[in-house]
Design a protein around this ligand. Structure first.
Ligand SMILES: CC(C)(COP(=O)(O)OP(=O)(O)OC[C@H]1O[C@@H](n2cnc3c(N)ncnc32)[C@H](O)[C@@H]1OP(=O)(O)O)[C@@H](O)C(=O)NCCC(=O)NCCS
Length: 171
């Protein structure tokens, strides 16, 4: 198991650093069949950079991007949460196919909760935790999140790709 990942906030770095990081993100790959669970990484980051409510992060290990994730405010109902504003939505979570299964996803999900708590403290935006939805047919995702301390809050039938589990972790 690897020891450490660093979440690099793509909105809060200078243009040159962001361009380098986006170049690395463009090389990330999804595994076969994973297009169903997560979008194309570079595209997700470019969309998030344009939207005020979204905070895109590169998941870095040893200074190189090995994955991506996004925290979004005001959108928790997209994961089956009863309201939009009391939790951050964790979305667009990918660890590069060649790096999966080494514990990085668990570490990144834990780090995402810490970053979300920092965002809430800085913005005064009042969220109490992080919520996400994961496909019932995605055991690796469910395993990584539960190892990162997320608890199953039941089935969610919204979204277009089949039944999901709503998972939540308080700060
Ligand atoms: C989900 C994802 C982010 C997890 O990252 P990761 O680095 O592979 O996760 P980890 O190595 O920390 O942990 C994965 C856990 O799932 C388990 N796992 C992996 N593949 C599995 C499978 N097919 N069935 C059951 N468990 C599986 C691993 O064994 C591990 O648990 P363990 O340490 O107890 O053995 C990554 O697999 C990924 O990017 N998948 C494609 C996109 C995706 O599904 N994103 C999430 C959308 S909600």
């Amino acid at each position: 198991m690897s020891g450490h990942v660093w979440l690099l906030p793509l909105k809060n770095i200078d243009d040159d650093a962001r361009a380098v990081k986006l170049g690395e993100i463009a090389l990330l790959e999804r595994g076969e069949g994973q297009q169903k669970f997560v979008g194309e990484p570079l595209r997700m980051m470019l969309i998030a950079l344009e939207e005020e409510s979204r905070h895109p992060f590169a998941v870095d290990e040893n200074g190189t991007a090995v994955g991506v994730l996004t925290l979004q405010a005001g959108a928790a109902t997209l994961a089956g949460w009863p309201d939009d504003d009391t939790a951050w939505l964790l979305r667009g979570f990918l660890i590069d196919r060649r790096q999966q299964g080494n514990g990085l996803g668990t570490l990144a999900a834990e780090a995402a909760v810490r970053e979300a708590a920092k965002l809430t403290a800085g913005l005064g935006s009042g969220q109490a935790g992080v919520v996400l939805s994961v496909n019932e047919g995605n055991p690796a995702g469910q395993a990584a999140y539960s190892k990162a301390g997320f608890e199953d809050r039941g089935q969610y039938l919204g979204g277009g790709s089949g039944p999901q589990r709503t998972m939540y972790r308080a700060f």
